[in-house]
Design a protein around this ligand. Structure first.
Ligand code: HEC
Length: 123
C-alpha cells in the first residue's frame, strides 16, 4: 500500500493543472472576442457620429493619411495635399497608392468622404 495515498493527490494536482490550462485558453478566446467587439463598436460609432461626409472624411484623414500628409494637409513624408487636387486625383491616389503610399487605405464611400474633406479644406 506504499504510495497509494499519493494517488488522489496526483490526480487532483493534474486535474488542477488541466483546469488552469483550459481556463487560460478560454480567457484568451474571450479576450479576442472582447477586442473584436471593441473594434466593431468603434466602427459603428464612427458611422453614427459622422452624418456629414466631410466630418467623416476629416476623421478618416486623421486615421489614415495624416501620418504622411501632415496636419492641415501640410505634407510630411508625403506631399502636401493643399495644392488643389481634384476628387478624381485623390481617389485614384487612394486606390493605386503612388510611390511609397500604400494602396487602398480606404475605399468606396470612405474614399469619397476623404476626398471631399481634402477639397473642402483647399477651396
Ligand atoms: C505611408 C505614407 C502615406 C500614407 C499613409 C498616405 N499617403 Fe498619400 N502619398 C504618400 C506619398 C509618399 C506620396 C507621393 C507618391 C509619389 O508620387 O511618389 C503620396 C501621394 C498622394 C497624393 C498625390 C497623388 C498625385 O497624383 O500626385 C494624394 C492625393 C494622396 N497621397 C492622398 C492620400 C490620402 C487621401 C491618404 C489617406 C487615405 C494618403 N494619401 C495616405 C504617402 C502616404
Amino acid at each position: 500500500m506504499k504510495g497509494k495515498p499519493f494517488y488522489p493527490f496526483a490526480v487532483t494536482a493534474m486535474l488542477g493543472i488541466l483546469v488552469m490550462i483550459v481556463l487560460s485558453f478560454i480567457g484568451n478566446f474571450q479576450q479576442a472576442d472582447i477586442a473584436q467587439e471593441g473594434e466593431n463598436g468603434e466602427e459603428e460609432a464612427a458611422e453614427e457620429e459622422f452624418d456629414d461626409p466631410i466630418e467623416l472624411g476629416e476623421h478618416l484623414y486623421e486615421q489614415n493619411c495624416l501620418a504622411c500628409h501632415g496636419g492641415d494637409l501640410g505634407g510630411g513624408s508625403g506631399p502636401a495635399l493643399d495644392g488643389g487636387y481634384s476628387e478624381e486625383e485623390i481617389i485614384t491616389a487612394i486606390d493605386e497608392g503612388p510611390g511609397s503610399m500604400p494602396a487602398g487605405l480606404v475605399s468606396g464611400e470612405e474614399a469619397e468622404a476623404v476626398a471631399e474633406y481634402i477639397i473642402s479644406e483647399t477651396e
